[in-house]
Design a protein around this ligand. Structure first.
Ligand SMILES: NC(=O)c1ccc[n+]([C@@H]2O[C@H](COP(=O)([O-])OP(=O)(O)OC[C@H]3O[C@@H](n4cnc5c(N)ncnc54)[C@H](OP(=O)(O)O)[C@@H]3O)[C@@H](O)[C@H]2O)c1
Length: 282
C-alpha cells in the first residue's frame, strides 16, 4: 500500500509516519510537511499526488490554533476546508482514498450526553466551522475520524504545558466545567492505519475512552508523576483570561458509536493512555 502523509510535522503527523514505518513490509511511505507541501495550493497538491500515486492519503495538516482562527478565518478555511477539497480532487483522479481528521469542535457543546456521528453539528467557532466544512468535502468512501483533546509526545499540548508548569509552580488552576475525552496521538495514528487496512470508510468518532474535565486530567498528571507538593484547583471557564477569542464547547464527549459496531476495538481508557504517554515523555 502506497501511503502519503501530509502535514507530517504535527503531533499526529509524526505519529502517522511512525505507525506507517512500523508496517514497512506492507506500507510504502512518502511524507510532506507544511514547507514541502501546502495543502491550500491546488496545483502543488495535484502534482505531489500524481507523482507519488498513493493508494491512501492521510491528511494530518490543519490550522489548529483555535483562537488564531478567529483572527484569520481565511487561513483557517484555506487549510481546513480548501485543503481537504484539494486532496479529495487529486485523490479522485487516481482513485486514492483520503483519511481525514476532524474535531469535537464541530458541536456546540450544549448536550449533556455524548454526541454520536449522526448528531447535528453546530460549531460555535471559526475553527469548528472550518473543520465542518472540511468534513463536507469528503466522499462516502473516504475515512473521517472525528477526535478530541489530542496530546502526544510531539509538538505542543496541554500535558507538556502542565509538566513545565509543575517544575515552576506549586498551585495550578484548571477549568472544571468543560468536558471531553483525552486522545493520545499515537493511539489515534495506529487506529487510523488499522481502520484503513480493515477497509473502513465513512465518519467515525475515535477518542480515548471515558470523559473528564481539564482539571481532572491535570489532577491525574500530578498523581501519576507523584508530586505531593502540587495542588490543582478547579476553576470555571469564566475565570480564564479574556484574551481567549474562540468559544469552546462545554461538553464535547464523542460516543464512538460507529467504531464500537465496526468489529475493531476502541482506543484505551484516557487514563491508561495518559500513564503510558507520561512514561514516554519522562
Ligand atoms: N490538537 C487537538 O486537540 C485536536 C482535537 C481535535 C481534532 N484535531 C485534529 O487532528 C488533526 C491533527 O492535529 P494535531 O494536533 O496533530 O495538529 P498540529 O500538531 O497543529 O499539526 C498540524 C500540522 O499541520 C501543518 N499545516 C498547517 N498548515 C498547513 C498547510 N497549509 N499545508 C500543510 N500543512 C499545514 C502544521 O505545520 P506548521 O506547524 O508548519 O504550521 C502542523 O505540522 C487536525 O486535523 C486537527 O484539526 C486536533
Amino acid at each position: 500500500m502506497r501511503v502519503l502523509v501530509v502535514g507530517s510535522n504535527g503531533q499526529l503527523g509524526k505519529e502517522l509516519v511512525e505507525a506507517c514505518s512500523s508496517h514497512a513490509k506492507t506500507v510504502s511511505l512518502f511524507a510532506t510537511d507544511s514547507m514541502t507541501l501546502d495543502v491550500g495550493n491546488r496545483e502543488a497538491v495535484d502534482s505531489v499526488v500524481r507523482d507519488f500515486s498513493p493508494d491512501v492519503i492521510f491528511n494530518a495538516a490543519a490550522m489548529t490554533k483555535v483562537d488564531l482562527c478567529e483572527d484569520l478565518p481565511e487561513v483557517a478555511f484555506r487549510v481546513n476546508a480548501l485543503g481537504v477539497r484539494n486532496l479529495v480532487q487529486a485523490a479522485s483522479k487516481i482513485d486514492a482514498k483520503v483519511v481525514h481528521f476532524s474535531s469535537d469542535y464541530v458541536f456546540d457543546g450544549s448536550s449533556n450526553v455524548p454526541y454520536i456521528e449522526w448528531d447535528e453539528p453546530k460549531p460555535i467557532s471559526v475553527y469548528g466551522k472550518s473543520k465542518l466544512a472540511g468534513e463536507r468535502e469528503l466522499r462516502p468512501t473516504d475515512l473521517c475520524l472525528r477526535t478530541s483533546w489530542v496530546v502526544g509526545r510531539y509538538g505542543n499540548n496541554l500535558i507538556k504545558t502542565v509538566l513545565k508548569l509543575i517544575s515552576q509552580e506549586q498551585e495550578l488552576r484548571f477549568v472544571n466545567d468543560q468536558f471531553g475525552s483525552l486522545t493520545v496521538a499515537k493511539d489515534l495514528a495506529e487506529k487510523s492505519l488499522e481502520m484503513v487496512l480493515y477497509g473502513l470508510g465513512g465518519l467515525y468518532h475515535v477518542t480515548g475512552q471515558g470523559a473528564a474535565s481539564w482539571f481532572e486530567v491535570v489532577r491525574k498528571v500530578v498523581e501519576v508523576v507523584a508530586l505531593e507538593n502540587i495542588t490543582v484547583h478547579p476553576i470555571s471557564s469564566a475565570d480564564l483570561p479574556s484574551d481567549r477569542k474562540a468559544r469552546r464547547p462545554k461538553f464535547s464527549v464523542l460516543e464512538n458509536f460507529a467504531l464500537k459496531n465496526s468489529g475493531l476495538s476502541l482506543l484505551p481508557k484516557w487514563e491508561d493512555s495518559l500513564i503510558e504517554l507520561l512514561g514516554e515523555i519522562a
